[in-house]
Design a protein around this ligand. Sequence first.
Ligand SMILES: [Zn+2]
Length: 164
Amino acid sequence: MELDDPPDFDIWCALNGTPMAAAAWIAAAQSIAVLDVYKAIRNWLEDGDHIPVFTSRGWSDLPHLKRELPAFVDKASAMISESSFHPLRCRSHCEQHALWYVSENCPICKGFYIDKVVYSETGRTAYLNSSPAAAPAGESWLKPEVWLSEGKTAGDSPSFLVKQ
Ligand SMILES: [Zn+2]
């Protein structure tokens, strides 16, 4: 049985500051080059007002991140999407979870998603949610556990989204 990976999530916001201010902040937060982020932001802004401010996060991380949105964004404009997808390019929206998604069903309603992502000096670790209600029986890896642990090396590509 082929299963989709559990999604993680992005927070997108409209800018109310300059693209360079946004690029400087995101580059510092992710330890990547300002110019790379700036170019990505300019590309996103060709499609609308929103850029991804926090990327590849867990569902339970989002409330705390929404309180930490930087000054260069319009906080009221925040939209949540499945990672790597512009909210306005997602096919569906769950009213209950205020989530834009591309899967067949809302991943939160379905109960199969990344709940927490921990970034550390050594890398990124993603954890599944603790009650994957819709998970097929007998799949041992569908228990709450580390879903993915990735090390960080000097040559890692930026996690800031590149326009698709
Ligand atoms: Zn939902």
